[in-house]
Design a protein around this ligand. Structure first.
Ligand code: GAP
Length: 434
């Protein structure tokens, strides 16, 4: 894990936020490679949830939202964690996450003390004021999940898209939670991105769709390169269920510190639509004019986090092997996830090679995200591309000027193939097997 955090910083995936001021409370910024990786995670999710389906449409709701939403959804009352203070060192902790000592008593992870205040509920929503006056009428919340933006737009979407259950809305965006104990790098932060699908189904079909989405979402991680044995599906016990859920399962990943949740799949029943309907006085139901059928759909919700997914891909892809007697670090990332799919590398930075290298780059840029590197010796440039997970390197050498061909080097096997430039795009596409 330490090595991965080092690599993330050194290669420009993730930087501590406001580092020049000493950092800021478990916030992080995404650097040039982190932005590409995060975009690819989100695009791969969007592709499977929206692009390759006909019954799912997109949505982008606001982050600042009316307190009425959170009152109706139950978040104002229920979205709390139990908070305790250590009386010895004054640190605050989530009571349900404190480790127990050998004698079974809870132990402070900071000072080892066992004297805590009673647990009290702490609401995780960030509160702010809209407009210039800071009074109770101006209170607003930053959304702690994107889900409620789906539910309050249920009638709008139904009206404009003429969908019938099963159908879904998909949304990717930031959510905010005032976590008591953020940590494990970007695993738990106060500002994070979610990818959520709200899938509306006839109530009688809810269990079947819940199982469908558990399986579908598990397989999505596998298809994108995470080994099956690093994943598991864990069903929640009754005590663990959120206030809105009739059943939840988490897709968990084997993080270096143990199993951790990547995504939750929940059967939210008709809880949210009924709650918003009651609070707003609006009808939030499906009506079939041809049969006269009318009902409030159940909601199956697969909800994933971008940063956790990125981390899981990085951890699963991280490997060390030996090439020509030398150790090398590489990220065996799936081409859809890797920040760059191709690196174009002129063998030398002599002027004679650069015009053809630029031509090659321009051929490839419309089909793949390309890096272009003319610094250092070619071997060191290959190592850098291996370390950031670039599946293919395309090398332009002096022979290329004569034979109009380039060399494609494969990240995982390091094998090389000579390819005519006029067949390069086609070859790269087939080698990436998008
Ligand atoms: N709408 C349902 C919902 O928000 P959740 O299990 O609380 O469910 C869904 O969140 C996903 O969002 C989690 O599986 C996780 O990947 C991500 N997530 C939640 N809280 C997070 C945090 N504090 N930091 C990073 N990711 C978080």
């Amino acid at each position: 894990m330490e090595e991965l955090v080092r690599l993330c910083k050194a290669r420009g995936f993730v930087f501590p936020s406001a580092e020049i001021y000493g950092g800021f409370r478990s916030t992080y910024d995404y650097g040039p490679l982190g932005v590409l990786l995060a975009r690819n995670v989100k695009e791969a999710w969007w592709r499977s949830m929206v692009q390759l389906r006909t019954e799912v449409v997109g949505l982008d709701a606001s982050i600042l939202s009316s307190p009425k939403i959170w009152e109706a959804s139950g978040h104002l009352k229920n979205f709390t964690d139990p908070l305790v203070d250590c009386r010895t060192c004054k640190q605050r902790w989530r009571a349900d996450q404190l480790p127990a000592a050998d004698d079974g008593k809870l132990k402070c992870p900071n000072c080892g003390g066992a004297d805590f205040t009673d647990a009290r509920p702490f609401n995780l929503m960030f509160k702010t004021f809209v407009g210039p006056v800071e009074d109770e009428w101006a209170v607003a919340y930053l959304r702690p999940e994107t889900a409620q933006g789906h539910f309050v737009n249920f009638a709008n979407v139904l009206q404009t898209e003429h969908l019938r259950p099963p159908f879904g809305t998909a949304q990717v965006g930031k959510s905010f939670r005032n976590e008591i104990t953020p940590g494990n790098f970007v695993f738990r932060t106060r500002e994070f991105e979610q990818m959520e699908l709200e899938y509306y189904v006839p109530p009688d079909d809810a269990q079947r769709w819940f199982e469908y989405w558990c399986n579908e979402r598990f397989e999505w991680y596998v298809r994108l390169g995470i080994p099956r044995e690093m994943l598991r599906l864990r069903h929640h016990s009754k005590e663990e269920l959120s206030h809105y859920s009739a059943g939840t399962a988490d897709v968990e990943f084997a993080f270096p510190w143990g199993w951790g949740e990547l995504e939750g799949i929940a059967n939210r029943t008709d809880f949210d639509l009924k709650a918003h309907s009651a609070a707003s006085g609006q009808v939030l139901e499906y009506f079939d004019s041809s049969t006269g059928e009318r009902y409030v759909p159940y909601v199956i919700e697969p909800a994933a986090g971008v940063a956790r997914t990125m981390m899981a891909f990085l951890i699963a892809a991280y490997s060390i092997d030996e090439v020509a007697g030398e150790e090398r670090t590489l990220l065996r990332l799936h081409p859809r996830i890797a920040p760059y799919q191709v690196a174009v590398l002129p063998l030398s930075k002599k002027d004679t090679l650069l015009p053809l290298s630029q031509e090659v780059l321009q051929l490839l840029q419309p089909v793949a995200m390309c890096d272009y590197d003319i610094t250092r010796a070619i071997g060191r440039r290959y190592r850098r591309q291996d370390e950031i997970g670039t599946p293919l390197c395309v090398t332009v050498d002096f022979e290329s000027l004569e034979d109009k061909a380039v060399t494609i080097r494969d990240r995982d096997s390091t094998t090389q193939e000579r390819v005519p430039i006029d067949r390069l795009v086609e070859t790269v596409n087939s080698r990436l097997a998008w």
